[in-house]
Design a protein. Structure first.
Length: 457
C-alpha cells in the first residue's frame, strides 16, 4: 500500500501514532491524578463520617427520622476497610480497537469516583436529616461531583483523540482490505455464532460515521439484510467498501497535509529562530529601532516601533519559502488577522495572530498583551469558521528582552475551546531568564477572565 511504501506518508503516520500515544498517556496520567484526589477525599469523608456517627449516638431525638433511616446505611459503608475491593481487578487501560464501535465503558478510576460520589451524596442527606452544620458535607459532595465531570470529559476526549488519529484510520483501511480480500471468511468458525454477522461492526461504523446521504442510508438497509452472514455477501458490499476506503484515504492525506503539516512548519520555525537566527533577528530589531528613532527625530514626532509587523513578515517569508503562501495583514471588515492563507484551496487555511513581548525599546508588553492576542484569535476563528470551516488558529508569541524579562509557557500545549483548537507557541529570541520561573498562561484562567468581562459588560 502507498502508506507503507511512501516515505512522506510513513513519517506522517509515525508522527500521528506518536501523538495518539501521547494523548493516551495523558489519559492514564489524568486517571492517576484523579485517584490521588479520591484518596484525599476518602480521608476527609471518613473523618466527617466518624464525627457524625458520634453525634448521632449522643442525640436524644432525630429531627427527621424517615430521611435519617434512608441514609444511615452510609455509616457502614464509610467504616468499610477497602471501598474499592470490587474493582481491584480492573484497570484504566482502554481497548482502542473498540472505541469507535462500543459505548464508553467504566474503568477502575470511574468506579472509584462514582462510589465516592454516592457516599458524599448520602452523607449530605444524612447531615440534613439530623439538622447539623452542612457546609462540610456539601463541599465534599461538590468536589466529588466536579471530579466525576472531569473524569467524563477526559474519557470522551481520549475517545475523540482516537477517532481523529491516523492509526485509527489505518485500522479502518485494514478492515476494508480484509473484507475485500475475503480473509474474514477463510475460517469456517467465523460463520458460526457469535460471529455470524461478520460485517455488522463495519456497517455499524459506516452508519455512525459516514456523512449523511446515500452511503449512510444504504448501510442502514444492509444492517437489516437477511443474508448479512452469507459468505458471498462481500461481493455486493465491495463497491461500497471501496468507496468508503477512498474517503478514508483521502481524509488521512488531508489530515497529513493540513494540521500536521502546519504544526511541523511552526515547530521548525521556532527551532530555527531560537537556535540559528536569534542573533540576526536581534540585529534586525535593533536596526528597525534605529530607523524609527531617526525618522521620529526628523519629523519631530514620537517613536512608533513596529516589532510585531517586522517579525510577522519574517515568519510569512519563511512560510512562503516552504511552499505555503499567506496573506499578510489582510483586512476583512473589522477583522485583520496577521497571517491568513489558502482560502481558495482545498486545504484548511492557516490563521495566525502574532504578539511581541519584552521588547528592549518602546512599551514593554507582557501577559495582558498575549491575552489580547488570544481574544483576537478567537474572534478570527469564529469569523473564518463560518466562511471557510477553519477550526485551528496559531498564536505566535515572540519573546524579546534581556535576562530580567520573564519567560512564558502555555498550559495545556493545545487549547480546545468549543469547536476550535488554538496552538500557542512561544518563540524566544531574547536572552534566557534562568532566575525566575516562567509565567504560565492557563486556558481555564483565560476563559474565566473572558466570562467575567462578559458579565461586567
Amino acid at each position: 500500500m502507498f502508506l507503507n511504501t511512501d516515505p512522506q506518508a510513513r513519517r506522517y503516520v509515525r508522527e500521528m501514532d506518536y501523538k495518539w500515544k501521547t494523548n493516551y498517556n495523558k489519559w492514564l496520567f489524568n486517571c492517576n491524578a484523579m485517584r490521588a484526589v479520591v484518596s484525599e477525599l476518602e480521608g476527609r469523608i471518613r473523618a466527617v463520617g466518624a464525627e457524625l456517627d458520634t453525634y448521632v449516638e449522643n442525640l436524644a431525638e432525630i429531627p427527621n427520622a424517615d430521611a435519617f433511616n434512608g441514609s444511615k446505611h452510609i455509616f457502614d459503608k464509610i467504616r468499610e476497610t477497602d471501598w474499592y475491593q470490587s474493582w481491584s481487578t480492573l484497570t484504566d487501560k482502554l481497548d482502542p480497537g473498540l472505541l469507535h464501535i462500543e459505548p464508553l465503558r467504566q474503568t477502575q478510576t470511574g468506579y472509584m469516583i462514582s462510589h465516592v460520589l454516592s457516599i458524599t451524596r448520602a452523607l449530605a442527606r444524612l447531615a440534613e436529616a439530623i439538622d447539623v452544620e452542612k457546609e462540610t458535607t456539601t463541599e465534599l459532595r461538590a468536589k466529588a461531583e466536579r471530579l466525576w465531570r472531569e473524569y467524563g470529559s477526559a474519557q470522551w476526549k481520549v475517545k475523540n483523540d482516537w477517532m481523529s488519529s491516523a492509526i485509527h484510520a489505518l485500522e479502518q483501511l485494514r478492515t476494508a482490505v480484509r473484507i475485500m480480500d475475503g480473509d474474514v471468511f477463510i475460517d469456517p468458525a467465523n460463520l458460526e455464532p457469535p460471529k455470524i454477522r461478520l460485517l455488522t461492526p463495519w456497517m455499524v461504523l459506516m452508519v455512525r460515521y459516514a456523512p449523511p446521504g446515500d452511503l449512510k442510508n444504504t448501510f442502514k438497509q444492509l444492517l437489516k439484510h437477511p443474508d448479512t452472514a452469507n459468505k458471498d455477501f462481500e461481493k455486493d458490499l465491495e463497491p461500497l467498501i471501496r468507496s468508503y476506503l477512498q474517503q478514508v484515504f483521502t481524509g488521512l492525506l488531508f489530515l497529513a497535509n493540513t494540521r500536521l503539516a502546519h504544526q511541523h512548519l511552526v515547530e521548525r520555525y521556532k527551532a530555527r529562530c531560537e537556535n540559528y537566527d536569534w542573533k540576526h533577528i536581534a540585529e534586525m530589531a535593533q536596526s528597525h529601532a534605529g530607523r524609527v528613532g531617526e525618522e521620529a527625530e526628523k519629523k519631530g514626532k514620537s517613536q512608533r516601533y513596529r516589532f510585531e509587523d517586522l517579525l510577522t513578515l519574517y515568519f510569512a517569508r519563511y512560510l512562503h519559502d516552504n511552499g505555503y503562501a499567506v496573506h499578510y495583514r489582510s483586512r476583512d471588515g473589522v477583522h485583520e488577522p496577521d497571517l491568513l492563507g489558502n482560502l481558495s484551496s482545498d486545504l484548511e487555511p492557516v490563521v495566525v495572530e502574532a504578539k511581541v513581548v519584552g521588547q528592549t525599546v518602546g512599551t514593554e508588553q507582557s501577559t495582558p498583551w498575549i491575552e489580547e492576542g488570544l481574544r483576537a484569535l478567537l474572534a478570527y476563528l469564529q469569523k473564518y469558521h463560518s466562511d471557510y470551516g477553519v477550526t485551528d488558529g496559531y498564536l505566535i508569541v515572540f519573546r524579546m528582552g534581556d535576562e530580567t524579562f520573564p519567560m512564558y509557557t502555555f498550559q495545556p500545549a493545545e487549547w480546545i475551546i468549543g469547536q476550535f483548537t488554538i496552538i500557542p507557541k512561544v518563540i524566544n529570541i531574547g536572552r534566557i531568564n534562568k532566575k525566575d520561573s516562567p509565567i504560565v498562561i492557563r486556558q481555564e484562567s483565560f476563559l474565566q477572565n473572558i466570562n467575567d468581562t462578559v458579565c461586567e459588560s
